[in-house]
Design a protein around this ligand. Structure first.
Ligand SMILES: O=C(O)CCC(=O)C(=O)O
Ligand SMILES: [Fe+2]
Length: 299
C-alpha cells in the first residue's frame, strides 16, 4: 500500500479528493467530498479508496441524515433494521446508536457474521461525542492473513467457522476461515472473537486452541488504526476485511456519545478457489476430551 497522501484525478464535478493514510496498516482520511455532489465518478473514487485503505474517515463532514444515507447507497443496498431506533421516519436506513446508554461494542468483532449474508460495509456519523475517550479501532485482516506462515495459510484455507449471535446460538452461520475479497481478489482471515465459535472440521480441543491462537494473533496493535472522533466525523469501512472495536475509556458518565449508522447489505463470503474440503469431525460424545472444551467459546 502506498503511504503517501494522494489526490484523486480531478472529477467532472471539479472536486479533487485528498486521501491521506492515518496508519501503516489501514485507514485514510478523505477530504474534499461534497455530500451534495455524489455521482458515479465520486462513487468510483470512494470505492477505489476503500479497496485500498479498508476504512475511510471523512473529518467534519457533518452530513444530514439523507446525505449519510446517500453516501452509504454508493456502496450497495442498505439495511432497514427491524427494531433499532431511526433518526427520522423518512430515512429508515439510518439508525441511532447511543453508545453512552447502551452496551458498547468493546470487543474486536466484524458485524453480524452470524448471518448467512453479513453486511459488506458500514458507515458511522458521530453526532455527539465526549471531548476525549470512546475512540474506535479497526484491524486489517488481509495483513493478519498474510503475516501467517505458508503452512498455516494452507491449513486454514480448507476450514470453516461456525458463527453465532451468542444467545444460545439461535442465529448461526458457517463461513470460510479464509475468504477472498470479490473486488481485490486478496485473501483475508475471517474469524472474530465475538461471534466465532467452532471449526467443525476439527475436534473441540483443536478448534479451541486454533481459534484462541487466531484471536490473539489478529488483535495485535500493528494491524490496527485508531480514530479519535470529533463531532461531525464520518467513518466507513469494508466489513469483509476488517475487525473493529470501541475503546471503552469514556471517563465521565454524563458524557453522551451518539452515532448515526448505515449498513450496506449483500455479502456472500467465498473461500479461495481450489481450497480443500474436509468432512466434519466425528465428535466422540462419550469422551470428556472430545466433548467438553476447556474455555468458554464452544457450544
Ligand atoms: O461505537 C463504536 O465506536 C463502534 C460501534 C460498532 O461496533 C458498530 O457500529 O458496528
Ligand atoms: Fe460493530
Amino acid at each position: 500500500m502506498t503511504l503517501a497522501p494522494v489526490k484523486s484525478p480531478s472529477l467532472d464535478s471539479g472536486l479533487t479528493l485528498d486521501i491521506s493514510p492515518v496508519a501503516g496498516a489501514l485507514g485514510a482520511e478523505v477530504r474534499g467530498l461534497d455530500p451534495d455532489g455524489l455521482d458515479e465518478q465520486v462513487a468510483a473514487a470512494l470505492r477505489e479508496a476503500l479497496d485500498t485503505h479498508l476504512v475511510l474517515f471523512l473529518p467534519g463532514l457533518n452530513p444530514s441524515v439523507k446525505q449519510l444515507r446517500d453516501i452509504g447507497a454508493l456502496f450497495g443496498e442498505l439495511e432497514v433494521h427491524p427494531y433499532i431506533d431511526k433518526v427520522d421516519d423518512d430515512t429508515p436506513e439510518v439508525c441511532v446508536l447511543d453508545t453512552s446508554a447502551t452496551p458498547k461494542a468493546d470487543i474486536w468483532h466484524t458485524d453480524v457474521t452470524y448471518s448467512e449474508h453479513p453486511p459488506i460495509a458500514a458507515l458511522l456519523h458521530m453526532a455527539q461525542c465526549p471531548p476525549a475517550g470512546g475512540d474506535t479501532m479497526w484491524i486489517n485482516c488481509y495483513e493478519v492473513y498474510e503475516s501467517l506462515s505458508a503452512p498455516m495459510q494452507a491449513f486454514l484455507a480448507g476450514l470453516t467457522c461456525i458463527h453465532d449471535d451468542g444467545k444460545q446460538g439461535s442465529l448461526r452461520a458457517e463461513h470460510p476461515v479464509v475468504r477472498v475479497h470479490p473486488g481485490t481478489g486478496r485473501r483475508s482471515l475471517y474469524v472474530n472473537k465475538q461471534h466465532g465459535r467452532r471449526i467443525p472440521q476439527l475436534s473441540r480441543p483443536e478448534s479451541q486452541a486454533l481459534l484462541g491462537f487466531l484471536y490473539r494473533w489478529q488483535e495485535q496493535v500493528k494491524f490496527s488504526c485508531r480514530w479519535r472522533w470529533s463531532p461531525g466525523d464520518v467513518a466507513l469501512w469494508d466489513e469483509r476485511v476488517t475487525l473493529h472495536s470501541i475503546v471503552d475509556d469514556i471517563c465521565d458518565d454524563d458524557d453522551t456519545r451518539i452515532l448515526h449508522r448505515v449498513t450496506v447489505l449483500g455479502d456472500d463470503p467465498q473461500p479461495p478457489a481450489g481450497a480443500p474440503s474436509w468432512d466434519r469431525h466425528r465428535s466422540d460424545k462419550t469422551a470428556a476430551s472430545g466433548y467438553y472444551g476447556l474455555a468458554g467459546f464452544e457450544f
